[in-house]
Design a protein around this ligand. Structure first.
Ligand code: C5P
Length: 248
């Protein structure tokens, strides 16, 4: 539990060290431009847009921390938010762990947000923070699925894959970021769960501790930019925001 005499401080860790090979050849994914501004800058601004977030830790490609720092200096945040840049690791889990190691002591609530989700609205960020501050140790934003999902027995490429099951769609959610955590809980999860045990998100590590994780509503504009078509969609969302909301 946090000390009530000390203001609760919230930080966001943004792992941005991935190569993003599914987007095609070119710069690391986080540095690709969206509406003329690097995707990472949008993601940092999306976290800093929340008045609760006082620190943003960006985890840069292992050999790219200086370049990322330089880039972010060209797009300064308001005085309300501090920015820290650290070099990342080989895997997302390692990158997040390196980001957590750079958090100031006074932080009690930690968001982990993919640089690849540059357009998450501030209301989604705030609702995740509110749920953690309300007492949930781990909170994920998520949406119901449009597609039916099949479990398959994977086969080499070109061989049809046998279906082994169809989970009930109404019970499934597609999980987004930022995921929010009580700091102690997330540190324990990263210290305890061994790399390669199959968790593809931070909440998955917390689940392995047996600690409850809850879902709050996500947002369709918090989608992950993974494939070339996602860039087209992201550009369209950005153009609409610039035309209607004065978004920069
Ligand atoms: O590859 P994927 O889209 O799942 O990556 C999710 C996020 O994790 C991205 O923001 C990516 O930059 C980050 N990542 C990282 N370090 C790695 C691999 C991925 O920070 N080694």
């Amino acid at each position: 539990m946090s000390d009530p005499s000390r203001p609760i401080r919230t930080a966001a860790v943004i792992p941005a060290a991935g190569r993003g090979v599914r987007l095609g050849p070119g710069a690391p994914k986080a540095l690709r431009a969206l509406g003329g501004t690097p995707m990472l800058v949008h993601a940092v601004r999306a976290m800093a847009a929340s008045r609760a977030v006082s620190v943003v830790v960006v985890v840069a490609p292992p050999d790219g921390a200086a370049e990322v720092r330089h880039l972010l200096n060209e797009h300064p945040l308001t005085d309300r938010t501090d920015l820290v840049v650290v070099p990342g690791g080989e895997t997302r889990q390692e990158s997040v762990r390196l980001g957590l190691a750079a958090l100031p002591d006074a932080v009690d609530v930690v968001l982990v947000h993919d640089a690849a989700r540059p357009l998450v609205p501030v209301d989604t960020v705030d609702s995740v923070i509110a749920a953690v501050r309300g007492g949930a140790p781990a909170v994920v934003p998520a949406l119901p699925l449009a597609d039916t999902v099949k479990q398959v027995e994977p086969q080499p490429q070109g061989t049809p894959e046998p279906v082994v099951g169809t989970p009930e769609r109404a019970l499934l959610r597609a999980v987004q970021t930022p995921q929010g955590f009580d700091r102690e809980t997330l540190l324990k999860a990263h210290d305890t769960v061994v790399e390669g045990e199959g968790a593809t998100d931070d909440a998955g590590l917390v689940e392995r501790l047996g600690t409850p994780v809850v879902v709050v509503p996500g947002h369709e504009e918090a989608f992950k930019v993974t494939r070339p078509l996602d860039l087209v969609l992201a550009e369209a969302v950005l153009a609409r925001r610039r035309a209607t909301d004065g978004y920069v």
